[in-house]
Design a protein. Sequence first.
Length: 91
Amino acid sequence: METELKTEFDNKKSFYGKAKVVFENNKLVLISYNTRVAEIDVKENKAVVFGTYSVTTLRHIKEFLKQNGLKAETKTQILEDYKEAKNDRKE
């Protein structure tokens, strides 16, 4: 299932279809500009951010994390708290 990421915490009216959330394998996956940028394991409520890429994508990530009850203050905090461990991602 794919849905558009709506704005709740961001001051923009919309992300104009540039950010989408997909549910797959018990994970919410954030796709920004057709790139997988973050995911949340819904069973463990554990997030992983793969990179911030651009200012706009960082806004998408912040919105995604906040909507799911997770802390999302600054780029540095996000990358420290949700950094991907080298062995976490399966290719």
